[in-house]
Design a protein around this ligand. Structure first.
Ligand code: 16C
Length: 247
């Protein structure tokens, strides 16, 4: 069932019952829990994390990891954004309605399965990086409220017999991404657009799935990850500015 949907609203405060009866639920729950926990662990002083981009409150770190000559560098980014909530940030990241407006690496997105209000399966093709072959990905995406004022979206590769890997011109890549967001506002005050700040931790590991030149790949992600995080957060601030704050 492939269809667009525009009825998905803000991330629900609790897990949707339809998700907990789905065959993917044990995996979605386990990986989301692990990713959210890891996202909030700092990088300060930890061995191996190298800062590669810094701008305002945004900091991006990577660890150089190669497996059989293929670059699989894990990335971790921290940012602080004023005037929007964690729930709003995750809403715009999860909801496919907005994706083409902020996702610049995307060529085409298809909704493969609508599991529940808080879980979807996507097929995406990406822009080609010369001289490598074009890539696609098939992944589930799950948004959840975790602790107080904290929401997160986890994306993780999966399989589907209707979308077999490497059957077209595309090479299938594998991705694990987590966008974890926590809002704060002064104690004793009501949260408003003027006093709310959201801390973001974005973690990503992409396995290119097949040969791609290491130098080109590192050059591309050093440019594309900062571009993504600035553009995405700017987009959310812009979308929210004339709307009531959603906590
Ligand atoms: O997390 C992000 N987006 C989500 C919604 O789309 C979702 C997507 C994850 C896919 C991440 C892999 C992207 C690979 C793109 C390859 C083509 C880039 C072409 C750009 C040139 C104009 O979770 C935001 C994702 C931000 C991605 C930044 C770019 C990362 C590049 C990593 C290296 C990919 C290896 C490709 C081998 C040829």
């Amino acid at each position: 069932a492939v269809h667009t949907r525009d009825q998905i609203e803000l991330p629900p405060p609790a897990i949707d019952n339809r998700l907990t009866v789905h065959p993917l639920w044990p995996e979605i729950d386990r990986i989301s829990t692990e990713q959210i926990q890891a996202a909030f662990e700092g990088v300060g002083g930890e061995i191996g994390w190298q800062l590669f981009a810094e701008e305002g409150d945004m900091r991006m770190y990577r660890r150089e990891v190669e497996v059989d000559g293929m670059v699989m560098d894990p990335l971790k980014a921290m940012h602080k954004v004023r005037g929007v909530s964690a729930r709003e940030m995750c809403h715009y990241f999860f909801n496919p309605r907005y994706r083409y407006e902020w996702e610049t690496t995307l060529e085409q997105m298809t909704i493969v399965e609508e599991i529940s209000s808080d879980a979807l399966v996507f097929h995406q093709t990406f822009k080609r990086i010369w001289p490598a072959s074009q890539r696609d990905a098939l992944f589930w995406s799950h948004v959840r409220a975790s602790s107080e004022n904290t929401f997160a979206v986890t994306n993780h590769s999966t399989t589907n017999t209707e979308y077999p890997a490497n059957s077209s011109a595309c090479i299938r890549l594998f991705v694990t991404v987590c966008l974890a967001c926590r809002s704060t506002y002064p104690a004793g005050e009501q949260p408003t657009r003027d006093n709310i700040t959201t801390s973001i931790a974005y973690c990503s590991t992409v396995n290119p799935g097949g040969w791609a030149p290491a130098g080109v790949l590192r050059a591309v992600y050093k440019r594309e990850y900062p571009k993504f995080l600035k553009r995405f957060t700017g987009y959310v601030v812009d979308q929210c500015k004339d709307k009531p704050l959603a906590i």
